[in-house]
Design a protein around this ligand. Structure first.
Ligand code: FAD
Length: 395
């Protein structure tokens, strides 16, 4: 009897879990193993609404085991190093695991400690972040506590997951201040290391109008580097002039710097920037043809979102199964990413675009317009599709 090919998947998040389920559904001749340290799986896109007080964190959480079919091996451990020339990897507990084919999807690393004073004050003193499952619920507490003063929303100089999330939380906060009758006494400000409110022109134009209409201030090219929690002062540095900007705040929502996970950065799988070095159209590794990667840890130069994974997944599976069968894959990933830009608890702009920043929209109407229907899509329909289709291997 022909022996089964061993496929090992590193990370059981959005990318790893959806690929594992898809492979399990399609092929019975594979020995599938997923290495995932966490007992819980989180649907992170919901954290925007958790931070906005719409849902509790528990709504975004499921037991990981509920998604692992009985014929798939789940190793509850963390990968520490790769030996791709010998086709094995090593885990934190010292296990050596060999494979025929490898899928690497451990997500992005959040570098909280790169901002001085942040770790000590996160979740206190009006400092919050939707990017931390431990603290996302404190965003809503911080929003409700504001009675006057400045609410600041930051955006770092590094690549991040869901580049729209740092501003979605701001629109929900501004709406909260209005609903609670304190907006007149508050200043709302977006302080970003980036150059503009959004990368894609069509949606940028629409968002700039919203900022103006809702009297939200912006400062670009300023990167947060230090927080003094007890005195509520945030320190930013201008990327060009080096000028330091000191801002007193009542509420500070921090989008922290992020990077490839350290164990990827130091591995032979990484490119110069630390990401898993794959072909941008096929997801196949540029040096090791039996290695594939998708999602936030990959070098795919798209906007890092779960929506992008929905399009990367089928391409990865196509090329992986072709490699297993000794043929050549035919599908190509065009850089599709999507970002439902929630602008209030009843409106949303659904941005969808490709590698070239060209809109790549689903609906036959102008998606740059704020719509209630797109908010319902974000709040109910996409989460339903995530749990019931994507997490069961239907992309
Ligand atoms: P993840 O889903 O993060 O999974 C990585 C997995 O790898 C984790 O389970 C982790 O435990 C595991 N892992 C880590 N290290 C190791 C190791 N050493 N060994 C083994 N396993 C390891 N996307 C959208 O499409 N739309 C949105 O509206 C949206 N909003 C967002 C809002 C917020 C606040 C956040 C935080 C994210 C948002 N995203 C959104 C982004 C989306 O959640 C991510 O892009 C997506 O989850 C990335 O999937 P991934 O599989 O690459 O990583």
């Amino acid at each position: 009897m022909k022996s089964k090919k061993k496929v090992v998947i590193v990370g059981g998040g959005t990318g790893g879990l959806s690929v594992m389920r898809n492979l399990h559904r399609k092929r019975k001749d594979l020995e599938l193993t997923v290495i995932e340290p966490s007992e819980k799986h989180y649907y992170q896109p919901l954290w925007t609404l958790v931070g906005g007080g719409v849902f509790p964190l528990s709504k975004s959480e499921r037991r990981f085991n509920d998604f692992v079919p009985s014929k798939v091996n789940w190793i509850r451990d963390s990968v520490e190093s790769f030996s791709p020339d010998q086709n094995f990897l090593t885990t934190k507990s010292g296990k050596k695991i060999d494979y025929d084919f490898l899928v690497v999807a451990p997500g992005i690393q959040i570098d909280w400690d790169k901002i001085e004073g942040l770790v000590e004050t996160l979740g206190k003193n009006g400092v919050c972040s939707n990017y931390s499952k431990e603290h996302v619920e404190s965003t809503w507490e911080a929003m409700k506590a504001v009675k006057e003063g400045k609410a600041i929303f930051t955006f770092p100089s590094t690549p991040i997951k869901c580049a729209g999330a740092p501003q979605k939380v701001m629109y929900l906060a501004e709406e909260t201040f209005r609903q609670r009758g304190v907006r007149d006494r508050c200043e709302v400000k977006f302080v970003s290391a980036g150059q503009a409110i959004f990368g894609v022109q069509k949606y940028r134009d629409a968002l700039e109008k919203i900022l103006e209409r809702r009297n939200i201030r912006t400062a670009f090219k300023y990167d947060l580097f230090k927080v003094d929690g007890p005195n509520r002062i945030a320190y930013f540095r201008n990327a060009e002039s080096g000028e330091i900007l000191e801002e007193k705040f009542e509420m500070l929502h921090v989008t922290p710097p992020m990077s490839a996970p350290d164990f990827i950065k130091k591995s032979p799988l990484a490119n110069e920037a630390g990401w898993v070095n794959v072909n941008k159209y096929t997801t196949q590794h540029n040096k090791y043809p039996n290695v594939f990667s998708l999602g936030d840890a990959s070098s795919l130069p798209n906007s890092k979102t779960g929506a992008a994974i929905r399009k990367q997944g089928p391409v990865l599976v196509n090329h992986l199964l072709s490699a297993i069968d000794g043929t050549t894959g035919t599908e190509e990933y065009n850089g599709y990413a999507s970002c439902p830009l929630v602008t209030s608890r009843s409106s949303c702009i659904l941005a969808e675009f490709d590698y070239d920043g060209k809109p790549d929209e689903t609906f036959p109407f102008d998606q740059a317009k704020e719509r209630y229907s797109m908010y319902l899509l974000k709040k109910w329909i996409i989460p339903f599709m995530y749990w019931n289709a994507m997490m069961k291997g239907y992309f």
